[in-house]
Design a protein around this ligand. Sequence first.
Ligand code: TLP
Length: 345
Amino acid sequence: MRIIDLRSDTVTKPTPAMRKAMMEAEVGDDVFGEDPTVNRLQEMAADMMGKEAALFVTSGTQGNLVSILAHCQRGDEAIVGDLSHTYHYEQGGMAQVGGVHPRVLPNAVDGTLDLEQVEAAIRPNNVHFPRSRLLILENTHNRCFGAPLPPDYIRQAADVAHRHGLKLHIDGARIFNAAIALGVDVKDLVAPADSVTFCLSKGLSAPVGSVVCGTKEFIEEARRARKVLGGGMRQAGVIAAAGIVALTEMVDRLAEDHANARRLADGLAQIPGIEIRTDFVHTNIVYFDVVNGMSAAEVTERARAAGVLMLPTGPQRIRAVTHYGIEEGDIEEALDVIRHVMTSA
Ligand code: TLP
């Protein structure tokens, strides 16, 4: 049985060009800064993001954590959204590892934070309070329907942060999806930010890795933080090589994933027992609710038995993500399976 795996874009496998590049990669010891392939990937990433420097890290989670550790001291505070990956899905790493206190504000449905609330949450200098040091935004916003945050909003958020001496970090795990969906250069999306993490291992289909970008000084701090977290990877050129192919060949095709997500959302809207806000779908992430008395877990279990994998993210809510390897025909097939599951309860 052919499996249509819509659980995440993290399930993407390396392309033939990536496997070839990995096999042929020139390598060296990256802890000495001597892996030419890692260095090339980092230069490329910094250039694409319009930042001075970049650092190859093991994962998006590590990228966010090293960024937080580089910006903050123990006892500092970071302002985050309640639905953000850094707050919701990273084991509270900022507190657990960094002693950084999260100040949690509600995410709006479009992934933004209300900037008046952000400004009000910034602490005055007072011995009772932690020091507000960092604002974190997520683009696209995973739990907010994959929403892309536009450049104007990011600029305004950065202005608020900078006015009060805070830095802005963007968890841009899917920043290229945001750029493609908004039709802007990725540089314009991250220009106001002091640091950005983006993932090679999601829609860009590389097997492993993320990149953190920022000033030279910030990247030096991030490199120290990566080392203490066990992220100094030696001959990492073997995996960085796939990252170079990802940045060269896999960015523009993300538009296909967005078109397939749109197809999926429009199809789901026609299925009885499903509620979906198709107007929220702008990138490759689709959420829908099951309202026919079945649970999300039941629906995903039955769909799995028929070869379609999706992720239940709440009692009634299911996430489906489109990516490289999922074609238009797969969407039609997945819709048939979901329709059958929903109507044969
Ligand atoms: N997200 C994964 C799961 O952890 C939920 C997924 O399947 O979507 N930032 C954002 C916005 C993310 O969505 C993710 C991964 C990360 C960071 C962490 O990346 P990794 O998995 O490489 O640590």
